[in-house]
Design a protein around this ligand. Structure first.
Ligand SMILES: [Zn+2]
Length: 149
């Protein structure tokens, strides 16, 4: 109810003002659909498809039932799977859906980790510095505190 009121007011106001062109950058706020996520769980592979809008997905289960929620932003994929409508629309067990949600969470976490500096590289660096200091008989205090030797 509240939302309806607000949008009504906005529409009235806009009538008097020259219409602003739609912001083209709005889709940049959303993550692009990553098709690799579909390999994470059979439930996703079965029902989730990439949309023509690169930031959106199409849910085949919900589409079959003509639910308007069948298309949504990739960022909101977990929220979509959690909806009662989605659970009604698909033949899979709710347990499968829960597993799929966990798979998505795991997938997104892994992606974040990759973006950080690989720990193995840091460890390699530490070993190299240690060997250098030993070879030249230098004190460990010469290494930077961040190296944690
Ligand atoms: Zn759905």
């Amino acid at each position: 109810m509240k939302n309806k009121k607000v949008s009504g007011q906005v529409q009235k106001k806009q009538k008097n003002v020259t219409k602003k062109p739609k912001e083209p950058s709005i889709s940049h706020k959303y993550t692009k659909f990553n098709a690799n996520i579909l390999d994470e769980h059979p439930h996703l592979k079965k029902y989730i498809k990439e949309n023509t809008d690169s930031c959106k997905f199409t849910c085949l289960g919900c589409k079959k039932n003509n639910f308007p929620e069948a298309v949504g932003y990739y960022d909101h994929l977990i929220a979509h799977l959690e909806t009662g409508k989605h659970k009604l629309a698909v033949e899979d067990d709710p347990k499968e859906i829960e597993e799929a949600i966990l798979a998505i969470q795991g997938f997104r976490k892994r992606k974040k980790k990759v973006m950080k500096v690989d720990k193995a590289i840091l460890d390699d660096e530490r070993v190299e510095i240690t060997l250098f200091l030993l070879k030249h008989e230098l004190p460990f205090s010469l290494s930077s505190p961040q190296q944690n030797l």
